[in-house]
Design a protein around this ligand. Structure first.
Ligand code: RTP
Ligand code: MG
Length: 152
């Protein structure tokens, strides 16, 4: 597959939405040169969040995590570009804001692990699974990117 067609799932969490950081998050991905191919705001159901965070089911923080992400609307996105999964994790920063570098989203905007503003898929497989949970195939838009010649 064309490496430039790699996709990842990015979500602005309820704290990020309420702090008016949606534009800031989008700007960082746009500035990098990634391509937005899906976007919506929604208040996720408990079942959707249980599917999305299934790997953490049973961990001590799981109930708090469900309450946090389910507390208000989130902004769900799919971004496309070369190595977008790994590079997004770098743009987002380490899970714990005390360990995330300045210049990353969490490093610049968060203090608490339980209020860390944004989610990014941790592997290509997770990205495919998560995109399937959050978007129908019709909601992910193919569009011809004429700026690619200046990015690749
Ligand atoms: P995410 O899935 O949200 O992008 O975060 P991540 O990969 O960096 O971290 P992960 O280990 O997948 O944890 C998922 C989210 O659960 C919350 N968390 N709280 N209280 C705690 O110790 C704790 N640990 C994790 C965070 O919101 C974390 O982003
Ligand atoms: Mg994770």
């Amino acid at each position: 597959m064309d490496i430039r067609r790699q996709r990842t799932f990015i979500m602005v969490k309820p704290d990020g939405v309420q702090r008016r950081l949606v534009g800031e998050v989008i700007k960082r991905f746009e500035d990098k040169g990634f391509k937005l191919v899906a976007l919506k705001q929604l208040h996720a159901s408990e079942q959707l969040l249980r599917n999305h965070y299934a790997e953490h089911d049973g961990k001590p923080f799981f109930p708090k995590l469900l309450a946090y992400i389910g507390s208000g609307p989130v902004v769900a996105m799919v971004w496309e570009g070369a190595n977008v999964v790994d590079v997004s994790r770098k743009l987002v920063g380490a899970t714990r804001p005390s360990e995330s570098a300045p210049g990353t989203i969490r490093g610049d905007f968060a203090i608490e692990v339980g209020r860390n503003v944004v989610h990014g898929s941790d592997s290509i497989e997770s990205a495919q699974r998560e995109i399937g949970f959050w978007f129908t195939p019709e909601e992910v838009i193919e569009w011809n990117d004429h700026s690619n010649v200046w990015i690749y």
